[in-house]
Design a binder for this molecule. Structure first.
Ligand code: C5P
Length: 206
C-alpha cells in the first residue's frame, strides 16, 4: 500500500485547503515496487500524474477519505508506505453554498484529522510501515520522534533546507532512519530514491 499526493479539505462547494504535494515521490515508489513484482495499491489524492503500470489506484479527496481507503487496503497489505501529505486540520463545518465575503477578517474553525500512519501503526501486527518526515528544523530529532510515536519501521527524512528536495522537484535528498541505523543519501532523482526505498522494503519483508 502506498499513499501519495495532497488531500483537499472542502470549505464550501468551490474552495478547499490543500498543500504543495504533487505526488511524484509516492508514484515513483509505487512504480519501483511494481517493477520488482509487488502487488501495489496506490491510494492517491488529486494529482496530474499517470498511474504507474501494473498499479491499482484508488482516488481520494479529503484526509477522511484517505484514512478510510488506507484502512481498508491495509487489511490485505504486507507493507504500507505513507508518502501522502495529509492535511492535519479540516474545517469544522463545510458550507452548503459559496461563503460570501463581508468583514475585513474571516476566521475559520478547524479540527484535527486522523493521523493515518499513527492509526495503521496501532494495528499493524507483523506488517511493516514506512513513513516520511518533511522537516524545516530539528530534522533528526523530529523524525526519530515520529518513528517511535507512529510505530514505524523506517522513516524517510527530507529537509526543506536541502536544495533540490521536497515538493515539485524531480530530485530529492533523503536520510533513512530506523531504530538502529541512519543512512544519508546524496541528491538523487526521485526514481532513484524510490529504488532505494523499494530495496529497503524488500529487506524489511525478508
Ligand atoms: O506528523 P507528520 O505529518 O510530520 O508525519 C508525516 C508522516 O505521517 C508521513 O508518512 C505522512 O504520510 C503520515 N501522515 C498520515 N496522516 C496524517 C498525517 C501524516 O498518514 N494525518
Amino acid at each position: 500500500l502506498v499513499t501519495a499526493g495532497p488531500t483537499q479539505e472542502a470549505l464550501d462547494p468551490v474552495r478547499y485547503l490543500t498543500n504543495h504535494s504533487t505526488g511524484k515521490m509516492g508514484y515513483a515508489i509505487a512504480d519501483a515496487l511494481a517493477k520488482r513484482g509487488a502487488e501495489v495499491v496506490l491510494v492517491s489524492g488529486k494529482t496530474s500524474l499517470a498511474t504507474p503500470q501494473g498499479v491499482r489506484r484508488v482516488d481520494v479527496c479529503s484526509a477522511e477519505d484517505m484514512y478510510e481507503a488506507a484502512v481498508e487496503e491495509f487489511e490485505s497489505a504486507d507493507c504500507a508506505v505513507m508518502c501522502a501529505a495529509v492535511a492535519d486540520y479540516t474545517p469544522v463545518e463545510v458550507a452548503d453554498t459559496k461563503i460570501k465575503k463581508s468583514d475585513a477578517e474571516f476566521t475559520l474553525s478547524l479540527r484535527k484529522t486522523k493521523d493515518i500512519a499513527l492509526e495503521l501503526g496501532k494495528i499493524k501486527g507483523e506488517r511493516k510501515i514506512v513513513g516520511f518526515a518533511l522537516e524545516t528544523d530539528n530534522e533528526q530529532s523530529n523524525a526519530e520522534e515520529k518513528l517511535s510515536k507512529k510505530n514505524l519501521d523506517m522513516i524517510v527524512l527530507n529537509s526543506l533546507r536541502d536544495e533540490g528536495a521536497g515538493f515539485g522537484h524531480d530530485t530529492n535528498k533523503v536520510t533513512f532512519i530506523d531504530a538502529s541505523h541512519r543512512e544519508e543519501l546524496p541528491l538523487l532523482s526521485k526514481s532513484e530514491v524510490a529504488e532505494r526505498i523499494a530495496e529497503r522494503i524488500e529487506a524489511l519483508l525478508k
